[in-house]
Design a binder for this molecule. Structure first.
Ligand SMILES: *Cc1c(COP(=O)(O)O)cnc(C)c1O
Length: 653
């Protein structure tokens, strides 16, 4: 960061001294809405650091995230890194199951809740293990949507009383694996997504003489709301229409397998932002269930799929990255909805299954990284002193700058836009030098900065001037890859909360967007939590010389953790697993450190052979040594350096 820029920022800060004194962690909370998206797990601590309360039943157990980061630094763990809070996973699993249980009890609902975790949301072994372990006493199971996920579920969902629900398209091998599950006493439910799967299943079941539980996924009429609304409706890619369901029932009756039909499944989309969609889906599904039961189909379970949303932006609204309901409301609508409709239809209450993935895992992990630089149009130092004989436009710019007042700022804004245009033309005509253009650039940005200072104190800002703060916003360069760590931010404009993990007792002094270290203009985050809508930048602190500035990307535990790609070969992040521990002075210990990708690993996955590459480079260095261009001792150092880089972390040091 250039010196003049720091000075400029200091000046900006001084004009705000009064505000500075009154800035408190409460203001930080308002700015970043930590408690609102934090779901009880995250807050701004008194010291101005992010505080984590990983067990919702132990509100006094608080972990200072800055202390975690400092301990990681002390251990030499490089950033960016994923921090996982296993207690949050457990807490969420308990919250879901306990809430279903207590709602079922108070509603006097006759069925049980037998939830499953959809593996696709986070396939990491440690995550699956923790969820299965935390869910054991609730008979909480797993859902698989592909063959590899089923293979994992068979090995990890060993609780004989919990369900293993199988979704996704299935080939014969997938079905055979499912039947293996039945053989080893698992409560396997094969959900038919496509009619042809049923004929395959029937013949296989007869061949092996194994009868599984069969689920039927219904293509619902009701549409989800939000980004995934195409998961339901007539054109949905999954599920059976009503006619196909009736055909499936007759076919299974003919084959003497009708007793196997145990579950009715629907899934109207992920991240359902509006509770009304859930109410409508429950209404529709309970009617289909009731009518089928009355026809004699021996259904015992209704699976309501996923969709329980996460309020990423803390707005409690129907924004795409939010939702207008709580987990309690969601569960109450399901339990009471089925009770009411089944009572009306005079059928027994089914056991309830849900496949909530996002809501179970989103909160438990975050990515912490450092800001390593700033890209800013005003950050450039260049001498703008008057020269004799300089072009008149340069002189004009200089005069406009010195004449800027709160009275004429709007006029000035229009004038400099026009002048800049004229300067460009003069340059094209060859009557303006590169040096003069450079001066104009610098003065132009200085004037904009001056106008920005003026409009900050205005009650009313004219529409055309509203773009100025944005034009002046900084880009903070952070050591991470959007494509690896926040794929949905890039792909579907998902808003993820981004907050500095310390200095929250200090007023942030600039608006920033974030750019990553990939060589891709798309490698950036410019969707942030805003007042009413999504903001394109976020207030952050100015960087202090010689001091690390850590930011956290939060709620990355669902999908983001596992969807990352290899863009620029950055690969997986270093990872630490934090476990809360009451008796520890810091309330936590680091249970495990999982090393992220080494350069040689990511090269190997792209079919390179790092050993051969090292040999090639060594040969080249040897040649230069023979020619006397490199001294032998120096040559050895270069060879070692290349080797070390192959063994090193892919991200910036
Ligand atoms: C993706 C998916 C889920 C998980 O949905 P969330 O919104 O993450 O809870 C559940 N069931 C099915 C069939 C899915 O495809």
């Amino acid at each position: 960061m250039s010196k003049t820029h720091t000075e400029l920022q200091d000046e900006l800060a001084k004009t705000d001294v009064a505000n500075e004194r009154t800035w408190s962690v409460e203001d930080a909370e308002k700015t970043y809405r930590v408690q609102r998206w934090g779901n009880g797990y995250f807050a701004v601590g008194k010291k101005g650091n992010i505080e984590v309360t990983p067990r919702y039943e132990q509100p006094n157990l608080n972990i200072d995230l800055r202390e975690v980061v400092d301990e990681m630094s002390a251990k030499g763990i490089e950033f960016p890194a994923v921090i996982r809070f296993h207690d949050i996973l457990r807490s969420q699993v308990e919250r879901l199951n306990r809430t279903f249980r207590s709602t079922i009890e108070s509603a006097e609902y006759e069925g049980r809740y037998l939830g499953v975790f959809p593996v696709k949301v986070n396939q990491m072994r440690e995550v699956i293990e923790e969820i299965v372990d935390a869910g054991e006493r609730f008979d909480y199971g797993l859902e698989a949507g592909s063959k590899p996920e089923l293979i994992a579920a068979l090995a990890y969902n060993t609780n004989k009383n919990s369900l293993t629900i199988l979704n996704g398209y299935k080939d014969e091998e997938y079905l055979r694996l499912a039947l293996l599950g039945v053989k080893i006493n698992r409560k396997i439910v094969i959900v038919i997504e496509k009619f042809s799967e049923l004929t395959k299943l029937i013949s296989l079941s007869k061949e092996l003489n194994i009868v599984p539980m069969i689920g039927l996924r219904v293509k619902m009429m009701v549409k989800g709301r939000g980004k995934w609304e195409s998961s339901s409706g007539e054109r949905a890619k999954f599920g059976l229409s009503i006619a196909e369901i009736l055909n499936a029932v007759s076919l299974l009756e003919q084959e003497g397998l009708s007793e196997a039909i145990k579950l009715l499944h629907f899934h109207i989309g992920s991240q359902l932002t509006d509770i009304r969609a859930i109410k409508e889906a429950v209404q529709e599904a309970s009617l289909i269930y009731s009518r089928l039961v009355k026809k004699g189909v021996p259904l015992e379970y209704v699976d309501v799929g996923g969709g329980l949303a996460v309020d990423y932006d803390g707005s409690q609204s129907t924004n795409d990255s939010s939702c207008n309901y709580s987990i309690e409301e969601y569960i109450a609508d399901i339990v009471y909805g089925f009770k009411q409709n089944c009572d009306l239809e005079g059928v027994s209450h089914p056991h309830l299954v849900s496949e909530s993935g996002r809501a179970m895992t989103a909160h438990h992990s975050c990515v912490v990284t450092k800001v390593i630089g700033e890209i800013h149009p005003r950050g450039v130092v260049y001498n703008t002193r008057k020269e004799t004989g300089e072009h008149i436009i340069v002189t004009n710019f200089r005069e406009i700058e010195s004449g800027l007042t709160s009275e004429n700022h709007q006029e000035v804004y229009n004038d400099i836009a026009q002048l800049k245009e004229q300067a460009m033309q003069a340059f094209k005509l060859g009557i303006m030098s590169l040096e003069e253009m450079a001066k104009i650039e610098i003065i132009y940005w200085r004037i904009l900065g001056g106008i920005d200072n003026i409009i900050q104190d205005l009650e009313f800002v004219p529409e055309e001037l509203k773009e100025i703060p944005e034009m002046l916003s900084s880009q903070y360069l952070a050591n991470f890859s959007v494509f690896q760590s926040a794929a949905d931010s890039w792909a579907i404009d998902q808003v993820l909360p981004i907050v500095p993990i310390s200095r929250l007792n200090e007023k942030p002094s600039k608006l920033c967007s974030l750019v990553d270290i990939t060589c891709d203009s798309d490698g950036k985050i410019d969707k942030f939590i805003g007042d009413e809508t999504v903001a394109t930048n976020i207030p952050l602190h100015s960087l202090n010389e010689g001091e690390d500035y850590f930011i956290g990307i939060f709620l990355t535990g669902a999908y983001q953790d596992v969807m990352g790609d290899m863009h620029n070969l950055f690969g997986r992040l270093n990872e630490v697993h934090i476990v809360s521990y009451d008796d520890d002075p810091k309330d936590f210990y680091m249970e495990e450190v999982v090393r992220g990708s080494m350069v040689k690993n990511v090269l190997s996955t792209m079919q390179y052979t790092p050993e051969i590459m090292a040999q090639v480079v060594k040969k080249e260095i040897d040649k230069q040594i023979q020619r006397g261009k490199i001294k032998p001792r120096e040559g050895v150092q270069w060879i070692d350096f290349y080797d070390d880089c192959l063994e090193g972390y892919t991200y910036l040091k």
